[in-house]
Design a protein around this ligand. Structure first.
Ligand code: OXD
Ligand code: MN
Length: 587
């Protein structure tokens, strides 16, 4: 039975069914009974493997195709009528041309399969912050994963009523043909089309495709912001909680920071950190003139390798039930999972992510480096009490950051909002040995949104500036770098829970409790103001961490000019003035 009378949904589903020609259509209602039936079916085909019910209740393993294990940025498109609206950092094709191309790929792509229609909400259903999506897919893995990552429920139909205000997402695995894999956004039509992939980041359309690319486009029109940011709350000993959002490029530790456990000198006094979100924040101006954030997601899609009881015990605890693991090692002895960096005891009787018998002594990794856990946010021991608050949380500080060996100090504060936008626009990370290609190459990733901005990046900067003009009490903006090294390339800041010491300084600055040293790049902490007790970091090392090398920054200015030049005269004047001021300050 069709659970909605919304004619926009019914007509669209009908049109897609005629195109993709599935054997049958199942309307997903989000109920546990229906999900359980689908899991059973997926187990019978090997799409899901049930794990040890005692040790990992209601957990499953899934393997994606060997050639399909990560987001595909070179096959991700923003199709707006005008090329300039997508900007120089997005792939673009004329929408009509792209629709034609995709229609050929979807034609009959669901023959012999079932088509699932799933209603979901980003944000609490019924709240003014929420946005709705309908995803059509031929993958049970997508259905059961979306049930974790979003609020997937037939209640979305009630919330939508007759409205056409929902994001249409069409996904088909088709033949999993890498040469015809496309992840395409039509922001002007509220539409996403994904074909020939089965990997989470390409097919769980609520996440990067909707909550960042489409949502950033909508945010510009509706005066809000969709950002690649974690959200956390720091609880002070008196019970007061202040909230921070932070943007780092992929694989720079957002999930770890979002769930950090403070060092003893803080926990002893009663400090706690609460996680609101680990990847995406939607930010709006509240009636009180502050910026308020919600996490539109309902779960974590975290990188498994490196997650362990020391690096992130809260993330690990989140995976202990009701989770789906993708492309990790299967331990045949007890039907549990393993990945590099979980512990020092790789299973001897095991299957690797490729589905082959695996021996840890053979030298090959067992889990794909981008293997994932998909876990409900509610499982996280430090999930914020405000997680389900439709109003979200008020943000005191915004943090940008990246991976820099030398140039960027441990932390600095921007001079004001516009300077903060400049700091975000020049964000970057240096490539590491973990990826192919040269090491230490600077990749600019403004606001960590390079792969996720649904429109021209220069217009996006202007939107940030415009937002700042309308926020009466804007958050203060900071930049951090946990990855500074000595001359031998060793990290000199311990990171992880110790990052609390930097958050402490940041909030003290927000609360006007500390002075700072002015430098050409912004305000730097006085070295006495970062608490070091119990960190193992000496005062000398801290001074090195805070040092601003003007020669390196002069090189940085040249590199920023080159980066900005691709946007032509669209770069906001405000940012060009900030760049000039930085250059003058370095003379
Ligand atoms: C992610 C990413 O999966 O940023 O969150 O790549
Ligand atoms: Mn991310």
């Amino acid at each position: 039975m069709i659970p909605t009378k919304n004619k926009h949904i019914i007509e669209w589903v009908d049109k897609i069914a005629k195109l993709t020609k599935p054997d049958n259509i199942i309307w997903i209602d989000g109920s546990e009974a229906q999900l359980e039936e689908l899991r059973k079916e997926a187990m019978s085909t090997g799409e899901l493997i049930k794990l040890n019910e005692e040790k990992l209740p209601n957990c499953y393993l899934h393997r994606s195709a060997l050639n399909d294990v990560a987001r595909v940025e070179d096959r991700t498109f923003i199709c707006t009528k005008n090329k300039e609206d997508a900007g120089p950092t997005n792939n673009w094709m004329d929408p009509n041309e792209m629709y034609e191309k995709l229609h050929k790929l979807y034609d009959g792509s669901m023959k012999g399969r079932t088509m699932y229609v799933l209603p979901y909400s980003m944000g609490v259903i019924g709240s003014p912050f929420a946005k709705y999506g309908i995803e059509i897919t031929d993958s049970i893995y997508v259905v059961v994963s979306m049930a974790i990552m979003t609020r997937m429920s037939k209640d979305v139909y009630d919330a939508l009523g007759d409205s056409d205000d929902f994001v249409k997402g069409l996904h088909s695995k088709a033949q999993l043909d890498a040469d015809n894999r496309y992840i395409v956004h039509f922001p002007e039509d509220n539409t996403i089309m994904s074909v020939n992939s089965g990997y989470g980041g390409n097919v769980l359309l609520g996440k990067k495709c909707f909550a960042l690319r489409i949502a950033s486009y909508l945010g510009r029109q509706e005066n809000w912001m969709a950002e690649h940011m974690l959200i956390l709350g720091v609880e002070f000993p008196d019970g007061n909680i202040q909230y921070i959002s932070a943007a780092f490029p992929s694989a720079c530790g957002k999930t770890n920071l979002a769930m950090l456990i403070p060092p003893k000198i803080y926990t002893e006094k009663g400090y706690k950190v609460w996680c609101v979100g680990d990847d995406i924040a939607w930010l709006r101006i509240g009636e009180d003139g502050r910026l308020w954030a919600i996490n539109p997601e309902n779960g974590f899609f975290g990188v498994a390798p490196g997650t362990n009881a020391k690096s992130n015990p809260n993330a690990l605890a989140s995976t202990k039930s009701d989770s789906i693991f993708t492309n990790v090692v299967l331990n045949l002895d007890d039907n549990t999972v393993w990945w590099e960096g979980l512990d020092k005891n790789p299973p001897k009787n095991a299957i690797n992510w490729k589905g082959e018998k695996w021996n840890p002594d053979d030298g090959e990794v067992g889990a794909n480096p981008n293997s994932r856990f998909t876990s409900p946010a509610k499982n996280c021991p430090c999930i914020s009490k405000e997680f389900d608050n439709p109003a979200g949380v008020p943000i005191s500080a915004i943090i940008f950051g990246g991976r820099r060996a030398k140039t960027t100090p441990l932390v600095y504060q921007s001079k004001d909002w516009n300077h903060g936008v400049f700091v975000g626009s020049i964000m970057c990370s240096e490539t590491t040995a973990a990826a192919t290609g040269a090491v230490g190459v600077v990749r600019r990733d403004p606001m960590a949104m390079l792969p996720f901005c649904g429109y021209n990046m220069a217009d996006y900067w202007q939107h940030w500036i415009n937002m700042g003009n309308n926020i009466k009490n804007p958050p203060k903006i900071f930049n951090v770098n946990w990855f500074r090294t000595d001359d031998e390339g060793n990290f000199i800041w311990p990171g992880f829970g110790e990052n609390m010491r930097v958050l402490d300084w940041i909030l003290a600055r927000c609360n006007d409790e500390l002075d700072a040293v002015e430098s050409p790049i912004g305000y730097i902490p006085k070295s006495d103001d970062i608490k070091l007790e119990g960190s193992g970091v000496t005062k000398d090392v801290l001074e090195e961490l805070l040092y601003v090398d003007k020669d390196l920054w002069r090189e940085e200015v040249a590199n920023i000019k080159e980066f900005y030049s691709q946007f032509g005269d669209k770069v906001p004047d405000v940012l060009l003035e900030e760049l000039k001021e930085l250059e003058n300050g370095l003379k």
